[in-house]
Design a protein. Structure first.
Length: 209
């Protein structure tokens, strides 16, 4: 590994450590309702989930939002989203889910954000249907909050279904993760940027499931 690569890795590690520390200090303490289920989070208008669905699981994510430098059809250069890579933790800091981009078999291989349960390997794929950068909710410099609708599911290899009841997912309490503002040009096509971020993901299911 050359000096530049080692330096880049050290900077990325330092950023992740700093974000994790800030997240641990600021994470909400009221995610559970009195019945032990997650409370519905407060979100900007347009990111609400119908009352026919209820949150059943919360995962606190630590990882990166990834980008690749491309040249657009109009000749401009830009950092293009290339999917997340994150680990979701429970309130007890136990790893529960891995988050990444992958092909959704229910949509003929369409690339979608994916969540895979760490215990039974069940998976869901979801499509963003609304987003918000409302400054009353979203901190400056953070990726938008999202509402996603599940568009694919898969049991684990032994039939596990821990995630397959999911109908909607909310991405809230984001920090970091925005694409770089420089470093993408004619000499950088194909370059990748891994930008540290943290967030909370709320998983919803229909109330009768």
């Amino acid at each position: 590994m050359n000096h530049h690569a080692r330096s880049t890795r050290r900077r990325l590690t330092a950023c992740v450590v700093a974000l994790v520390g800030a997240w641990l200090a600021a994470r909400p303490l009221d995610v559970l309702a009195r019945d032990g289920r997650p409370s519905v989070p407060s979100v900007p208008a347009g990111l609400e989930v119908s009352s026919a669905h209820r949150p059943y699981l919360v995962g606190h994510a630590v990882g990166t939002q990834n980008y690749v430098c491309i040249q657009k059809a109009n000749g401009a250069f830009a950092w293009n989203p290339w999917g997340p890579q994150a680990t979701l933790l429970s309130d007890d800091d136990e790893q529960i889910i891995t988050h990444y981009l992958s092909a959704n078999p229910d949509e003929s291989g369409e690339q979608r954000p994916t969540w895979q349960h760490s215990k039974d390997s069940s998976q869901v794929w979801a499509m963003p249907i609304a987003n918000s950068s409302d400054p009353a909710f979203v901190e400056q410099g953070a990726v938008p909050w999202l509402l996603l609708r599940v568009v694919g599911e898969s049991n684990g290899p032994t039939g596990g279904r821990r995630l397959t009841k999911t109908s909607y997912i909310q991405r809230v309490n984001t920090s970091g993760g925005l694409a770089p503002t420089e470093g993408c040009g004619s000499g950088n096509i194909g370059a990748r940027a891994l930008v540290p971020y943290t967030t909370d993901y709320y998983f919803y299911a229909e109330r009768d499931r």
